[in-house]
Ligand binder design. Structure first.
Ligand code: HEC
Ligand code: HEC
Length: 293
């Protein structure tokens, strides 16, 4: 309750600012995208968890036809239909519309998306990544429905509040490799910070739901379903006894070294995501996570 008032006031200010300033910024998308490779795009879609989030196994499980509601302390978010259906999905979109959604968090009409859609991480995708993903999405069978919408608490239900959120927390950027690090480390950094969106759960959020980047991967108290998410910083992982081999193996099997299965959202991350990656990519993730900061 104590936190409620400032948030309300900020949402009102944000709505005002947005009305005055219009909605600019966010970095332009290029006029042309390279030729996409659907196979590479399908691999990236696994890595990025698009299928897991946007498919509801309980509701027929039509791939990408709309996901199960994600419960958060702001209310529940429902990942929409992103099949090629022209009315209910994104079948009428261009590759530029798709790029703007993924890397800038904006709809074709210019409205901001909620960060429950991890575009703050997908912003690190390259032009080639976006083109490949789009080539893969072009092959998805159209399916109806899946536009039921979010159910959020006020003031989070006011989409304009996102203008403020974005001003505070969102900066479009592409991934830039660090030339002083190994190729595997850079590949891991790209996966973890970008498409793998590990920070979406493992980096704690502030009052307004922005990620506290000072505490990158330091764990948090409000993961999916309000559960605690452990820290996966190098120090925390080493303290728990992880090494590169056990980490890469767990990301494939979903089993921890003590024989326990991953619970919470992590089970799905493995099942729908990291289990499908190449051994080299799982090794790269482990290399990046375990390298001292
Ligand atoms: C953690 C769950 C999650 C993951 C992972 C995820 N999304 Fe989403 N996505 C959402 C939610 C929630 C929304 C709705 C956001 C809103 O209402 O503002 C959304 C919205 C979208 C939209 C906008 C659709 C429309 O009709 O306006 C597109 C396009 C999209 N996602 C594509 C993707 C792609 C491509 C991937 C993988 C690279 C992906 N999503 C991964 C949760 C997710
Ligand atoms: C949807 C939220 C979510 C996402 C996204 C996510 N994790 Fe997790 N992760 C969890 C939860 C919850 C646990 C705790 C699971 C348990 O204890 O059973 C966990 C546990 C872990 C652990 C074990 C830590 C320990 O000491 O026990 C590792 C390693 C890990 N995650 C790595 C990753 C990596 C790498 C990514 C990105 C590819 C990732 N996670 C993305 C929610 C998530």
């Amino acid at each position: 309750m104590r936190r409620r008032l400032p948030v309300l006031a900020l949402a009102a200010v944000a709505a005002g600012l947005a009305a005055v300033a219009g909605f600019g910024g966010g970095g332009a998308e290029p006029d042309r995208f390279p030729e996409g490779d659907a196979g590479r795009g399908a691999y990236l879609a696994r890595m990025a968890g698009c299928i897991g989030c946007h498919t509801d196994a309980a509701n027929g499980g039509k791939p990408l036809a709309g996901g199960a509601a994600i419960a958060t302390r702001f209310g529940s978010f429902v990942p929409p239909n992103i099949t090629q259906h022209r009315r209910d999905g994104i079948g009428a979109w261009s590759v530029a519309d798709f790029a703007r959604a993924l890397r800038q968090g904006r709809s074709p009409e210019g409205a901001p998306y909620y960060p429950a859609f991890p575009y703050a991480m997908y912003t690190r995708l390259s032009d080639q990544d976006v083109a490949d993903l789009w080539a893969a999405f072009r092959t998805v069978a159209p399916a109806e429905g899946g536009r039921s919408g979010n159910d959020l608490r006020f003031p989070f239900s006011v989409r304009q509040g996102l203008y403020l959120w974005r001003a505070l927390y969102f900066e479009p950027e592409r991934f830039v490799p660090d030339p002083t690090r190994s190729e595997a480390w850079n590949r891991g950094a790209y996966i973890v910070r970008g498409p793998g969106h590990c920070g979406a759960c493992h980096t704690p959020r502030g009052v307004l739901g922005g990620r506290d980047q000072e505490r990158f991967l330091a764990g948090g108290k409000d993961g999916p379903g309000g559960k605690t998410v452990p820290a996966i910083t190098a120090a925390a992982l080493r303290a728990e006894g992880w090494d590169a081999g056990s980490l890469a193996a767990a990301l494939r099997s979903g089993l921890k070294p003590d024989g326990d299965v991953f619970g919470g959202g992590m089970g799905e991350v493995v099942r729908e995501g990291t289990a499908w990656l190449t051994d080299a990519d799982r090794q790269a993730i482990a290399t990046f996570l375990l390298e001292p900061d």
